[in-house]
Design a protein around this ligand. Structure first.
Ligand code: PHB
Length: 396
């Protein structure tokens, strides 16, 4: 893990890695109670979502550092896999961490398609898994399980509230554009559900393959259709490219741009003036004025040199959730029943505001309405309070 960007306390961090422990000559478990656990990070560290994987990792490690490099009294050893947001490699990557590296806990991943395959392996093997991003509805619906938790959102949750926002802004005819994979499809469906229920019409849908970022032809067609607004999900490198291309095509300020907040989080500074005016819904906002968020943002900046975003928050909260569970079982990762029960009941004091988990292990959370004004993500209000994913089909 020496190539990770987190440099806050390298000496302390080294002491908890395999290399550090080998040097110190310590056994992985002392006789009796376990003294440390192995955490597998299955995240994208390359490609369009690399930024997201790095911020999730650094958010997790920031929380661990705040807790004295221990979760529930046990030390943490990391094993990391770059999943490249590549669905065909997902099962092998999950199996490598679970079967070969024998991780106690899996933290992953960003891409919904990769996450669905990963979760199926984790379910079969009974490995505790915390999803720190991927919004696949299925993970906390049909695929839900005792050992699968999520600290992020469902694709439905982050997008459904935006249908009413767009209607209230007076737009009736909207074009959609997103990547053609699980998350893009579910996000567009969730928006359409509330938007069309309120009388909205879909002008046209464009679904380029993931992770394609050649948008020119679609933007030309959008300009000719002249919808009232455009609703979109892109994220990471693809989002930055889309925002810039949208402005360069002359559509900024002419056809208002909406989407879930993944569109601007992490890329706001790089997008510059091209992001002005974009309105989004999300379970987090940089400007939230609560003490946990203020402290978190300062600490993240100090540790990494970068601004925190929703992805860093989700990683940070994954460590908080695991810490609460392990504290309840005095660090005994083997006490699965009690561990999962404690995690299910956890109240997470998150930078997004306090949240609890549903029976399906998905956050119940407020969805904020944000808009980029003068280069800042301004909070316009709460678009929907205490949003709970319907968890259809979850039988666990
Ligand atoms: C997903 O694939 O679920 C996904 C990816 C990136 C995001 C949000 C969701 O920013």
């Amino acid at each position: 893990m020496s190539d990770t960007p987190f440099v806050a306390n390298r000496r302390q961090f080294l002491a908890t890695t395999a290399a550090g422990l080998a040097v110190a000559g310590l056994p992985r478990f002392a006789i009796g109670a376990p003294t440390r656990i192995k955490v597998g990070l299955m995240l994208p560290y390359s490609g369009t979502f690399a930024l997201l994987g790095n911020n999730i990792t650094d958010g997790f490690r920031l929380r661990l550092a705040e807790l004295g490099e221990k979760l529930g009294g046990v030390e943490v050893e990391f094993v990391r896999v770059d999943d490249e947001s590549a669905p065909p490699k997902a099962k092998d990557n999950a199996a490598k961490l679970i079967v070969k590296d024998k991780v106690d806990v899996l933290i992953g991943t960003v891409h919904s398609g990769v996450a669905e395959a990963m979760v199926q392996v984790a379910k079969e093997e009974g490995t505790l898994t915390i999803v720190p991003n991927a919004g696949s509805n299925r993970i906390t619906r049909e695929l839900c399980a005792q050992n699968i938790f999520r600290t992020s959102f469902s694709n439905w949750q982050a997008n459904h509230p935006c249908g009413d926002v767009v209607l209230k802004d007076g737009h009736r005819n909207v074009a959609l554009i997103s990547w053609n994979y699980a998350a893009g499809k579910e996000m567009m469906e969730a928006f359409k559900e509330s938007f069309t229920a309120g009388g909205g019409k879909i002008a046209k849908e464009f679904m380029p393959d993931f992770p394609k970022d050649e948008f020119q032809a679609y933007l030309t067609e959008i300009a000719s259709i002249k919808p009232d607004a455009v609703y979109t999900f892109f994220s990471g490198g693809g989002a930055l490219k889309f925002i810039k291309d949208y402005a360069a095509a002359g559509l900024q300020g002419k056809i208002p741009l909406y989407g879930p907040g993944f569109l601007t989080d992490g890329v706001l500074a790089a997008a510059g003036p091209a992001a002005e005016g974009i309105k989004t819904t999300l379970h987090y906002a940089h400007a939230l004025d609560n003490p946990v968020n203020v402290k978190f943002r300062e600490a993240f900046k100090k540790a990494t040199g970068r601004e925190a975003d929703v992805f860093a928050v989700q990683g940070y909260d994954a460590a908080s959730l695991l810490a609460q569970g392990l504290t309840a079982v005095k660090g005994d990762i083997g006490a699965k029943k009690a561990l999962y029960a404690a995690m299910e009941k956890a109240e997470i004091d998150s930078p997004r505001g306090k949240f609890t988990l549903s029976k399906a292990h998905n956050p119940i959370q407020d969805i904020y309405l944000r808009q980029v004004k003068n280069g800042q993500e301004v909070v316009l209000g709460v678009a929907a309070k205490a949003v709970n994913d319907p968890a259809t089909g979850c039988k666990a």
